[in-house]
Design a protein around this ligand. Structure first.
Ligand code: UDP
Ligand code: MG
Length: 318
């Protein structure tokens, strides 16, 4: 019965016209092999999600869809970011597929890990995480920021799989559960560990981007990290509470100290200390308000319950 399983490979694409041809060539070979060896059904597809690209990505996807049996596409009404595009793809794919693999368009994730993912799925896993075994090909900067990102997330209390991005296999029932997570501030790699079921890990070597440049500059990466932390953990708020408590204790010491200084009779000499304190405490207050504000901002966005993506075209509809 296993050869009846329909696999969908979901690939979010934002301005990826430079890589799509090569990606299509390699994925075509892969999917044809899998079908030939009866590991997946002939109805399996690669689903490209065009995330409001400004170049010819969507035209290219439509052309590929016409020429190739195993390729289909989806277009969002505008750019909504990697996570939302991925979610749109996953939710569309799960209507037809038994298992879905998500990966980036740029071929950085070794597509040969797919075989092992499917093997683990057949052995009973519901989620198979693709984990980068090394980052030899990444620039030093990317390696340090990316690995720092995972460590910081853990420190902040977000349960994620180290060095796992969004290259993973999920069964249909996992995606059905994912649908119940209604949050607007999406951080998918934090959600899957929450869903549970039997999980496995597959290791692969991360390669260089095939063409084009990273769509995750440092600013987007920092935003993404903050989204992850503030959507999954209240540790920063708790940290502020702790800090406030310590400062209050400290200010009692300051009070005692200043009283002593006053009694001794050389109060003016405390000027430096006062000025320092004013700036330090003022800064801390501002920072604390800012962090609280960030969380309120998140609540604000969640309460509006706006749709996370809008599909403008779906080539996979009969
Ligand atoms: N992406 C997207 N929407 C965006 C930004 C990126 O769909 O707004 C896609 C992009 O096309 C790629 C994937 O997300 O398939 C990951 O982006 P990228 O490879 O540039 O990130 P990096 O690997 O450098 O972290
Ligand atoms: Mg990439």
């Amino acid at each position: 019965m296993k050869n009846k399983d329909i696999l969908y490979i979901v690939v979010p694409c934002y301005n990826e016209e430079l890589v799509l041809k090569e990606t299509t060539k390699r994925l075509k070979e892969k999917i044809e092999n899998l079908v030939a060896s009866k590991k997946i059904s002939k109805k399996s597809r690669v689903l490209y999600v065009n995330d409001g690209s400004k170049d010819k990505t969507w035209e290219l996807i439509k052309k590929i869809n016409e020429e190739e049996e195993y390729f289909t596409g989806l277009s969002l009404s505008r750019n909504r970011g990697h996570q939302n595009a991925l979610l749109a793809g996953l939710m569309t794919a799960k209507e037809k597929a038994n298992l879905v693999i998500s990966m980036d368009a740029d071929l950085q994730d070794d597509i040969h890990a797919i075989d092992e993912m499917i093997k683990k799925y057949n052995e009973g896993s519901d989620i198979v995480y693709g984990v980068r075994s090394s980052r030899k090909k990444d620039t030093f900067f990317k390696k340090v920021t990316a690995e720092g990102f995972y460590k910081f997330m853990k420190l902040m209390g977000v349960d994620i799989v180290f060095n796992h991005a969004d290259y993973r296999l999920t069964s249909k029932r996992v995606l059905d559960e994912l649908e119940n997570f209604k949050e607007v501030n999406l951080f998918l790699r934090g959600l899957f560990p929450l869903i549970g079921f039997k999980t496995e890990i597959v290791y692969y070597e991360r390669k260089e981007r095939f063409a084009g440049e990273s769509k995750y500059p440092l600013k987007k990466m920092l935003n993404f990290a903050w989204d992850g932390i503030s959507s999954f953990s209240v540790k920063p708020l708790r940290f502020i509470t702790g800090l406030g408590f310590l400062l209050t204790l400290f200010s009692i010491l300051v009070l005692i100290y200043s009283l002593i200084v006053k009694i001794i009779g050389n109060a003016v000499s405390g000027w430096t200390f006062i000025v320092c304190s004013i700036w330090f405490v003022g800064g801390l207050q501002m920072l604390s308000l800012g962090i609280i504000g960030e969380y309120i901002g998140k609540i604000y966005n969640e309460t509006k319950q706006r749709p996370r993506y809008i599909i403008s075209e779906n080539l996979d509809e009969e």
